[in-house]
Design a protein around this ligand. Structure first.
Ligand code: ATP
Length: 310
């Protein structure tokens, strides 16, 4: 059974169409990364999943329940880290946790939960004095209450320092190993790349790509780039390399020690062979795979929309 089914979801705010016929599924046990530029509709989707907003049309099912008709049942089994800080200045971290524990009807130890997010030292301090990162950690601890079947995290690394971001990654992994499905939106590609089984990329309210990180890399033409340091290069040779069947693009970087940067889809040997045939000496070469950053750029900007048809 899918943990989340979004079916033809459309949401407009007056004239503004935030989501257009959006459909996708998140499988149980998956870590699913939800990417998209600012304003793409990620928070709107998350808010519809949690029944914080009502769709203009379409359906959402969460853990087998209709999101609108059974939001209580869904929330009882879901841990949510919302977008933006939502702590209460006058309550301590412990009181926040006690409130969440009582709401979920469990008997967990607030200290153990705060320990997991690196905030145990501040257990009796008021949240009003917390930094952004500390508030984020506190809200994450609240999301973990009750060992939820589904964790929905909207930009979980906002305000976290590099250690915090790493701890967040570890927590996502731990929760997933425990059996939770994790759905999170992020702008931090390394984080998504490190923990996600699958990734969906939203643009202008539509899902423009959905696949494993590896699958997405393969879907972007110029999946691999070759960096070839050569003793010299001339226009004819550059054109010849560009004309090779598997080559999408080739440019030269550097003058004294020219490096040929070649976006190649298939075999690298043809490129090296062409250079050799022209008496150009290859002094060094390395291969770089498309990063998730490159993939994201390809799918969300018009200039590099070199995406193969599905
Ligand atoms: N309450 C609202 N009233 C009017 N328009 C809204 C409202 N909420 C969102 N929008 C619009 O809907 C679109 C999608 O916004 P949304 O916040 O879902 O994007 P997002 O992908 O979460 O962006 P970000 O990465 O900046 O958080 C945007 O054009 C936004 O201006």
């Amino acid at each position: 059974m899918p943990a989340i089914t979004v079916d033809n979801l459309t949401k407009s705010y007056g004239q503004e169409l935030a989501l257009q016929d959006l459909s996708f599924e998140v499988q149980e046990g998956e870590v699913f990364g939800f990417l998209g530029p600012n304003g793409a509709g990620k928070s709107t989707t998350i808010n519809a999943i949690l029944d914080f907003i009502r769709p203009t049309s379409g359906q959402v099912e969460v853990l087998g329940f209709d999101a609108q008709a059974h939001s209580r049942e869904i929330r009882a089994r879901t841990g949510v880290l919302p977008e933006g800080v939502e702590t209460y200045n006058r309550l301590t971290a412990r009181q926040h946790l006690e409130f969440a524990i009582e709401s979920k009807g469990t008997h967990e130890d607030p200290e153990a939960l705060l320990e997991r997010v690196g905030l145990a030292d501040a257990i009796d301090k008021k949240a009003g004095g917390f930094s952004k990162g500390m508030s984020q950690r506190l809200m994450l601890a609240m999301a973990l209450v009750g060992e939820p079947d589904l964790l929905i995290l909207d930009e979980p690394s906002t305000g976290l320092d590099p250690n915090g971001a790493r701890e967040m990654r570890d927590l996502v992994r731990e929760e997933n190993e425990r059996g939770a499905t994790v759905f999170f939106s992020s702008h931090i590609m390394e984080q998504v790349e490190a923990v996600c089984d699958r990734v969906g990329i939203l643009r202008n309210g539509e899902m423009v790509a959905i696949d494993t990180v590896g699958g997405l890399r393969d879907s972007v033409s110029s999946g691999t780039s070759l960096h070839i340091a050569v003793d010299h290069i001339d226009d004819d040779a550059l054109q010849a390399v560009r004309s090779l069947p598997d080559v999408d693009n080739a440019t030269v970087e550097g003058d004294t020690q020219p490096t040929l940067v070649v976006a190649v889809d298939g075999s690298k040997t043809a490129v090296l062979g062409e250079l050799e045939d022209r008496g150009i000496e290859v002094e060094d070469f390395s291969t770089e795979e498309a990063s998730l950053d490159d993939v994201f750029r390809s799918y969300t900007t018009d200039t590099e929309a070199e995406v193969q048809a599905p």
